[in-house]
Design a protein around this ligand. Structure first.
Ligand SMILES: O=C(O)CCC(=O)C(=O)O
Ligand SMILES: [Fe+2]
Length: 344
């Protein structure tokens, strides 16, 4: 499939724009033919934004605290987090929940430093704020680094996911480092069901900020309750315009749909279901909004019969697994419950 990433991605990747057939702008049946970064460049180009940001708010400083060592962070990431029945009921009804103190401040600061190191290795200097306007992404950072692996396959996080979904076991779909740089535009309204080629609705993304997120930095924001997605079923997805984002915003406004757009404290993590509609505002601060967003799904789920281009680079996350097959490659370990041999 040629060209769905179109001009925005071509600008950033240096690849020529191979052209988009606007007569079939709603046809997403082809496969994605570029990488995950190109996917995000394309995806954020679908958001409706007004004007350019020229003045940047000073982001709150990161706390000046002693950093925990690897063993301390790993122990914390394995420690169970106690969810209440009310938390689970809230998630089931609303499709999202924000939980405080999932990570300690020290674990967040270690994560931010590790992610900046990785982002710098790929994108060069400035990932912590100097690079402007872009949405940087990285994935598969967990396979060769024990501490990053501990964050991604964390039993603490995965147990929360399994309990929120009310399923006995969850696997990792993939990790996703998302850095919304100062000046970067909105994340368009969407639900993740289109992104994941998984034949189940037992899918949840743990969106873990690597700093606090004030409103000016663009916290993830959720429309609720969960079934508001039905209101926008009829809005056609267009792959090279902002019409879908605008269309969803219009329907939600007309129906006075509630949106939770609130800051994230340091250590707070949100969890959203694959049918939860979400968006994020622009980053108007001088600090990058770095997040680790890892997706987990119920063990036993299969790949859908015909993944689309909106499923992006999915084969990278499930090598050797074909359409219709059980989604359980070696890159999709069961993260909860912890296997008896401890091997994740
Ligand atoms: O970080 C963002 O702005 C968007 C992330 C997102 O859509 C997701 O993790 O599902
Ligand atoms: Fe999303």
């Amino acid at each position: 499939m040629q060209g769905p990433r179109d001009m925005a991605a071509a600008r950033h990747t240096g690849r020529p724009d191979t052209g988009t057939d606007i007569s079939s702008d709603t046809d997403i049946s082809g496969a994605w033919d570029a990488d995950n970064q190109a996917w995000w460049d394309w995806y954020v180009s679908l958001a409706d934004n007004e004007g350019e940001i020229t003045t940047f708010e000073v982001a709150p400083p990161l706390p000046d605290i002693p950093l925990p060592d690897d063993a301390t962070v790993m122990a914390e990431l394995a420690e169970p987090y106690v969810l209440t029945d009310a938390d689970i009921t809230f998630f089931q009804a609303n499709g999202f929940i924000k939980l405080k103190d999932v990570f300690s401040p020290g674990a967040v600061l270690r994560l931010r430093a590790l992610l900046i190191e990785r982002l710098t290795a790929v994108f060069g200097a400035g990932a912590d704020g100097g690079v402007r306007d872009r949405f940087l992404s990285l994935e598969m950072i967990w396979t060769d680094h024990p501490l990053l692996r501990a964050y991604v396959v964390s039993p603490r996080v995965a147990k929360i996911c399994a309990e929120l979904l009310r399923v006995p076991a969850v696997r990792l779909y993939h990790d996703n480092v998302l850095s919304k740089q100062p000046g970067c535009g909105r994340t368009p309204w969407h639900f993740d069901d289109h992104h994941f080629p998984l034949d189940t609705n037992d899918v949840v993304t743990a969106w873990a900020p690597a700093q606090a997120i004030p409103l000016a930095m663009g916290p993830l924001a959720f429309a609720y309750p969960l079934d508001v997605h039905r209101l926008v079923d009829a809005v056609a997805f267009e792959k090279s315009s902002t019409s879908y984002d605008k269309g969803v915003a219009k329907v939600f406004a007309e129906n006075r749909v509630a949106v939770d757009e609130t800051p994230f404290e340091l250590g707070e993590v949100s969890f959203h279901h694959n049918l939860s509609f979400h968006t994020a505002a622009r980053n108007r601060t001088d600090q990058s909004r770095i997040v680790m967003a890892n997706t987990y799904y119920a063990d036993g789920a299969r790949i859908v019969g015909a993944p689309t281009m909106v499923s992006g680079d999915w084969q990278k996350f499930m090598p050797g697994v074909g359409p219709g097959e059980v989604a359980a490659s070696p890159l999709n370990p069961i993260c909860w419950p912890v296997p008896l041999d401890g091997a994740q």
